[in-house]
Design a protein around this ligand. Sequence first.
Ligand code: ASP
Length: 437
Amino acid sequence: MSLTNRILLAMLAGVLLGSVLNILLQGGVLPEGMRATLHSTLVAKNGVLDVVGRIFVSLLKLLVVPLVLVSLICGASSLGDSARMGPIAIKTMGLYLATTAIAVSMALLFASLVDPGAHVEVPGAANFHPVPPPPLADVLVDMVPSNPVRAMAEGKMLQIIVFALLVGYAIARSGEQGRRIGSFFRDMEAVIMKIVEILMEVAPYGVFALLAKLFATMGLGAILNLAAYFFTVLAVLLFHALVVYGLLLRGLSGLSPTMLFRKMRPVWAFAFSTASSGATLPVTLNTVERRLGVHNSVAGFSIPLGATINMDGTAIMQGVATVFIAQVYGVELSMVALLSVVVTATLASIGTAAVPGVGLITLSLVLQQAGLPVEGIALIIGVDRLLDMVRTAVNVTGDVTVSVIVAKSEQQLDEEVYQDPAPGEPGDPQAGSPPTI
Ligand code: ASP
C-alpha cells in the first residue's frame, strides 16, 4: 500500500477508535474499574496514545528549525546573485496577502448570509480570559534577531527566516568560499530531507495515536449546539481550499488543481492530526520540492514564510466568528467595521503562530478592533479544536498553491515532476535528488 494510503487509513482508524473510546469512557457504559483502567492506559496523560502522539509531534518539530534554516539558505544563495529574488519575494508576499484578504471577505459574506448567531443565547458567565495580543510594531521589530542562536533555540520562525536570507545572500556574493559553504548547506538539506522521508514511514502510527486520543477526549456534543457556526466555518474553509485555490492555480498558472490536491493528501493528514502548520512544515516542504517540482529557490523561501505568516484558514474562522459573535451580542456591523475586520484579520493571521489554537487568541485583536466583546470567544472554544485541524490544512494548502504559482511564473517549476502522479514516494530512485530544472 502506498504511504499516502497508509496514512489516510491510519487517520480513519484513529477517528474510529477514538469515537468508540469516547462512548466507552462515558459513565455507565463500562464498570467503573474497567473504565478507569482503559482511560489511564490509553487516553490519559502518559497513556499509550498520549505518549506515541507526543513523540511523533516532537519528531516532526525537531526538524523544523534546521530545515527552515538550511533550506532558506540554499534558496537564497541560489538566487542571491540574480535579479530574481526581488520578484519572487514580491509575488509571494502579494499573493499571500491577497488570498488572505479574499478569505476573510468571503467568510464575512457567507456568515452574513447564513446568520449563524441568530438563535444562540449569550451564556450568563462567560469564562474566557483574553490574553492581550502584542502590538503590531513589536511584531515588526521582533522579526530581526539580535541573537540568531537564541532565535533558533526559541524557534522564532520570522527571525530565523531573516537570518537565513541574509546568510544565503552573503553566500552568493562570497565567491569561492561562498560556493564551498553553499555546497555544504545543499548536502545538509539532502540529509534533512532524508530524515523527513524516514519519519514519514512512522507517520501512520503517530497520526493514528493523535487522532484516537483527540476523538476519545473531545465532546462532539458541543458541535450540535454550535452547528450553524461550525458548519459555516467548515463550508467556507472547503470552498476556499478547493474552489478559490483551484481557480487561482488554473487561472494564474494553467496547472491542474486536481494534481496538486492529490499530492497534498499526506500534507493534509499531517496538518489535520497535528493542527500545526509548523509541525507540518517538513512534510509540506518535502512535498512541494520533491512531489510538485517547485525548485528550492522558491520553495525554500515561500513555504517556511507561508507556514509562519500565511493563514487563510485562520482568517476565515476569524471572519465567521466575528459575525457570529456580533449577532449573538446583537451588534450591527457597519460597512466600515467590516472593512476593518478584513484588514485586522489579515494582519492577525500573520501574527498567528503556527501551533494549535493560536488563531483563537489573535481573534481577540479582530474583535477589539470591531468593538465586540472579547469574552465572545468563550462561545466558540468548544468546537475550536476540530475547526483548528481543518483550518490548518487550509493554511498549508494556501502556502503550497502560492508557491507553485510563483514557481511557475518564475520558470522554477519542473512540470514533469508536477504532472507525474507518483514522484518522490519513498523508494523512488529519484527521491534523493533535488528536482532538476
Ligand atoms: N493551528 C493553526 C496553524 O498552525 C493556527 C491557528 O489558526 O490556530 O496553522
